[in-house]
Design a protein around this ligand. Structure first.
Ligand code: MG
Length: 249
């Protein structure tokens, strides 16, 4: 009895060894390794908000040379103490260079001395492609319509949270924007999408933009180029900007 048990167990072992030796590597781990393309090597900034090596610097505190004002005039906003501040009445300023899919870093602060309320307090805006407004507003203890507060895509997309700092404190937006794609006939093939991180907090999560920002009426798309300049809004409030950089995607 004991002998037969031993015999059977040896057979069992022999069979399993044979099966193991004959097993073909039909699905080797290397099959799912992708080696090309190799992501390009860039040098990150010293901090998360410092421009990495492949960024285009739009404002580094020195001058507004990357922008033009309205009607092709020089940008007439104030550059002082490393800040670029809205000069009331000077109008929108627009980048000389055009951008499509991009990653944008921008820092802003609303005036420390609080004046006005609702949309009249620390209002400015970042118009991606000159058309799609990421709202800049003092939304610290300041009630307004939800789709018009800081971090909103103006009158379209309510931010997922209100991550506002106090007026006079610097705030950051980190934006990933995918430009819309159009068909030949001008209809929308793929709408624009946007992801926004406000002071480290996700406020727009790959959100779909319904069209160019409208103050009155529904947003609508109108076919435009693959790349368009970015603009900053003069809404009459002395909002300041600094450390603006962008990466083409
Ligand atoms: Mg605005």
């Amino acid at each position: 009895m004991k002998k037969s048990i031993l015999y059977l167990s040896l057979i069992g072992t022999g069979l399993s060894v044979t099966a193991f030796a004959q097993e073909k590597p039909v699905n080797p781990p290397a099959l799912t390794e992708v080696w090309k393309p190799v992501p390009k090597l860039i040098t990150p900034g010293a901090s998360a908000s410092a421009a990495p090596s492949d960024a285009i610097i739009l404002f580094d505190g020195k001058d507004a040379a990357a922008f033009i004002g309205e009607n092709g005039q020089p940008a007439k906003w104030t550059v002082s103490n490393g800040n670029l501040t809205v000069q009331k009445g000077a109008g929108t300023i627009t980048t000389k260079e055009a951008f499509g899919d991009c990653q944008l870093h921008i820092e802003w602060k609303s005036p420390e001395v609080v004046k006005g309320e609702g949309q009249g307090r620390g209002n400015s805006g970042i118009f991606l492609m000159g058309k799609y407004e990421l709202q800049v507003l003092d939304s610290y203890n300041n009630v307004t319509y939800s789709n018009g507060q800081a971090g909103s895509i103006y009158k379209q997309l309510i931010p997922l949270a209100n991550a506002s700092r106090k007026p006079g404190e610097w705030q950051t937006y980190d934006v990933v924007f995918m430009a819309p794609r159009f068909n030949e006939d001008g209809s929308v093939k793929i709408p624009a999408t946007v992801t926004v991180i406000h002071n480290g907090v996700l406020v727009q999560n790959h959100a779909t933009i319904a069209g160019a920002t409208q103050y009155i009426g529904a947003p609508a798309y109108e076919k435009h180029a693959d790349k368009e300049p970015l603009s900053l809004q003069d809404h009459g409030d002395a909002v300041s900007y600094r450390n603006i950089w962008i990466r083409n995607l």
